[in-house]
Design a binder for this molecule. Structure first.
Ligand SMILES: C[S@@+](CC[C@H](N)C(=O)[O-])C[C@H]1O[C@@H](n2cnc3c(N)ncnc32)[C@H](O)[C@@H]1O
Length: 221
């Protein structure tokens, strides 16, 4: 946990339940089964971003059991749709069941397979893209994600601080985690310095980067 535990516990105590009982049950079951769905405070940040941005089209990389898609769809404008990608068969099955349970088959499209391949095959323009998948791959998603993101579109990337490891020297993290550490640092450096993006990195949950696609930045930046 990268934020003080007492503060986190207090903030979580203020979070209200969703109006739809089925959504609360899907969240509860996912947490009980240790499915790595968005942390409660990250979920609230997502809600706020969706309410502010009012995205008609959302792309999600990393559906797990469909919770964050179902949650974001609750706050999209009427008629808003989501395309979400998942490669794990067990989770795909659960996501399909959850989408069906909430009667969201018309709003949420689940694409099955590896996002690296699927992103390359996608066309269209998305108002908000949420990356919540294998952390070592974010840097490899970026080119396609930027192609698919609308001008003034929002890119939200979750788990970017890796339990705080990202702020430590590569020599202070376990040897087996060093490749992910380097790739995530490369990703954060790239989105902070990209000429088409304005990015802020927040220590919410496990770290969330919020990037706005601004087009070419002024030379002075
Ligand atoms: C953190 S979970 C997603 C949680 C979900 N967004 C939520 O909050 O409800 C990450 C998911 O991404 C999937 N994943 C990781 N890398 C992927 C890839 N390259 N292509 C497709 N799915 C991937 C994993 O199988 C896992 O279920």
């Amino acid at each position: 946990m990268i934020v003080d535990e007492n503060i986190t516990a207090y903030l979580r105590s203020l979070i209200k339940e969703e109006k739809k009982e089925e959504l609360n049950t899907i969240e509860y079951e996912a947490r009980k089964q240790h499915v790595p769905i968005v942390k409660p405070e990250t979920k609230e940040l997502l809600k706020m971003m969706v309410l502010l941005k009012k995205p008609m089209k959302i792309l999600e990389v990393g559906a797990a059991v469909g919770f964050s898609s179902l949650y974001m769809n609750e706050y999209q404008p009427e008629g808003g749709t989501i395309v979400t990608i998942e490669r794990n068969e067990k989770r795909i099955k659960q996501a399909k069941e959850n989408i069906k349970k909430m009667h969201k088959e018309q709003m949420i499209t689940l694409l099955e397979g590896d996002a690296i391949e699927i992103l390359k095959s996608l066309d269209g323009v998305f108002d908000l893209i949420f990356i919540d998948a294998a952390k070592g791959q974010y840097i490899h998603f970026l080119e396609d994600v930027l192609r698919l993101l609308a001008p003034e579109g929002l890119l939200i990337s979750d788990n970017v601080l890796q339990d705080g490891d990202i702020a430590r020297s590569r020599y202070a993290v376990e040897r087996r985690d060093r490749t992910i550490h380097k790739r995530m640092r490369d990703f954060l450096y790239t989105i902070k310095n990209h000429k088409q993006l304005e990015t802020t990195i927040l220590s919410v949950g496990d770290g969330v980067a919020i990037s706005l696609k601004t087009g070419e930045k002024n030379e002075k930046h």
